[in-house]
Design a protein around this ligand. Structure first.
Ligand code: HEM
Length: 172
């Protein structure tokens, strides 16, 4: 059985873990008093930028190492749905950190990576209208990510418990 390469598998699970933590932390941050928000979101920004870098590396690794095909007996609609959800997650997990980064830089709250150095988004600084658009994107994408994650996990459960093929094992 062909599996995803070791680095692709490690990256998949690291990204999954960080994405869930960022979603939970991001929503929780909306419930805290405004004066505590900057301190709360500072690590959120750094972890989010880390996820962006891991996503870039993951896309490189998938292209360089290849990936296993879905089972030949799966219906075309199933394969299309599975790959559509996968690519949707790739796109959203790039768009979400990018929109957060643009929002922060455009609103004058440039991220400082784990307190070490500032990481301004190139060419964007103090641009309220851009910040407004990026904030809306950053508020909508999490719901799409959750929706696709639910579909992705439902598919995995189906493969593991009902179809009893090796699709889930290719990522373990
Ligand atoms: C995949 C990575 C990320 C995920 C899943 C994520 C998730 C979230 C979520 C769910 C919220 C709450 C949104 C709402 O309810 O309106 C949020 C807020 C926020 N995020 Fe992210 N985020 C990510 C990356 C980033 C990055 C890279 C930055 C900045 C460099 C960032 C900066 C912020 C800020 C400043 C807020 C507060 C927005 C506000 O209160 O208006 N995020 N994030």
């Amino acid at each position: 059985m062909k599996k995803y390469s070791l680095r692709s598998r490690v990256l998949h699970w690291m990204i999954a873990l960080l994405a869930v933590a960022l979603l939970a932390g991001g929503f929780f941050g909306q419930t805290i008093p405004i004066e505590e928000k900057a301190a709360f979101y500072s690590p959120h920004k750094s972890v989010g930028l880390t996820l962006l870098a891991l996503m870039a590396f993951r896309i490189y690794a998938i292209r360089a190492d290849g990936y296993p095909e879905l089972p030949a007996q799966a219906a075309l609609w199933q394969k299309t749905l599975a790959r559509g959800v996968q690519y949707g997650l790739y796109g959203l997990l790039l768009l979400q950190p990018l929109s957060g980064w643009v929002m922060s830089s455009a609103s004058g709250h440039t991220p400082v990576y784990f307190g070490l150095f500032a990481v301004p988004f190139p060419f964007i600084h103090d641009a309220p209208s851009i910040a407004h658009i990026a904030r809306n994107v950053h508020g909508v994408c999490p719901w799409l990510i959750i929706m696709l994650m639910v579909l992705h996990i439902t598919g995995s459960i189906k493969h593991y418990f009902f179809d009893r093929d090796n699709v889930v094992q290719t990522m373990l």
